[in-house]
Design a protein around this ligand. Structure first.
Ligand code: SAM
Length: 260
């Protein structure tokens, strides 16, 4: 028979230093997709820091198209945790054990996301992993990075309980004349040629806004309900105002630069 664990073992507290910080278009929690890869136009950077800022740590990592990022939910850490939470997937009004969910309010505030690795650069001794499809707040501390290995990590016939299917990205998104003019002003129209896009600090902004709003970022209890509220969301240093015009349609009203 195997030995039982010694629960008095002294190694119960672990201290980790962040090895990287995330640069993300998402400046606040509101409107961040609830999982990675729902918004492919979200581009971010994993900036290695301290002793981990050494290109040797990521030698050969470009052989992998996707990476696991293990991170700390630093934006909600101070709020502590609860044994029961209300997952948005269940409409936000059914309580479930926190460990049966991906909630941020966990005993140890550790998150894990698979993201696409676009490229790795080291310029002036700063190593950066360029990623897309992230679901992370700007400034998120990364405590580990591992390659995503499909033969082991992807279990095709796994049962995913109440989260079996990807949430429906049901809303259609329309840009008002004002919002289109704002997009042009920031030179970020979706048809920008690829070479210009690389220069553009906002990337494919129109596509990013469209993909984020298609997910319906409103709280779970408002989903599928009429709503005349004007919402604002922050992407990069921009504030985007939008409103529901029908149960399945969003109008982007305007895009302005946030005052610093
Ligand atoms: N994919 C991760 C996981 O499963 O561990 C995160 C899932 S969690 C449901 C996703 C939400 O975490 C996002 O919608 C965003 O609101 C929130 N979030 C992302 N980065 C965060 C951070 N650094 N601190 C607190 N909340 C964060």
């Amino acid at each position: 028979m195997s030995k039982t664990c010694d629960i008095t073992h002294p190694l119960k507290i672990f201290k980790f230093d962040a090895i990287a910080l995330i640069e993300s278009p998402y400046q606040e929690k509101f409107a961040i997709p609830r999982q990675p890869n729902l918004v492919s136009a979200a581009k971010g950077r994993v900036v290695l820091i301290g002793d981990a800022n050494n290109s040797e740590l990521v030698r050969d990592i470009e052989q992998f198209s996707h990476l696991w990022l293990l991170f700390v939910f630093h934006g909600t850490q101070a709020q502590g945790w609860k044994p029961l939470v209300r997952p948005p997937r269940l409409g936000g009004n059914v309580k479930t054990g926190v460990l049966a969910t991906r909630s941020t309010f966990r005993p140890n505030p550790i998150g894990m996301s698979v993201v696409k690795l676009d490229k790795v650069t080291t310029i002036n001794k700063q190593t950066i992993l360029h990623i897309s499809g992230l679901d992370l707040l700007h400034g998120t501390p990364i405590v580990d990075i591992k390659p995503y290995v499909p033969y082991s990590d992807a279990i095709i016939d796994a049962n995913a309980g109440f989260a079996q299917q990807q949430p429906e990205a049901g809303l259609s998104v329309v840009f008002s004349e004002q919002a289109q003019a704002d997009l042009t002003q920031y030179q970020v129209i979706a048809k920008t040629p690829p070479e210009a896009k690389a220069e553009n600090q906002y990337g494919e902004l129109a596509l990013l806004i469209e993909q984020v709003l298609r997910q319906d970022p409103r709280p779970a209890y408002k989903q599928g309900k009429a709503d005349d509220k004007v919402y604002g969301m922050s992407l990069y240093d921009l504030n985007i105002q939008w409103q529901l015009t029908a149960l399945d349609s969003v109008l982007v009203l305007n895009i302005t630069q946030s005052s610093k």
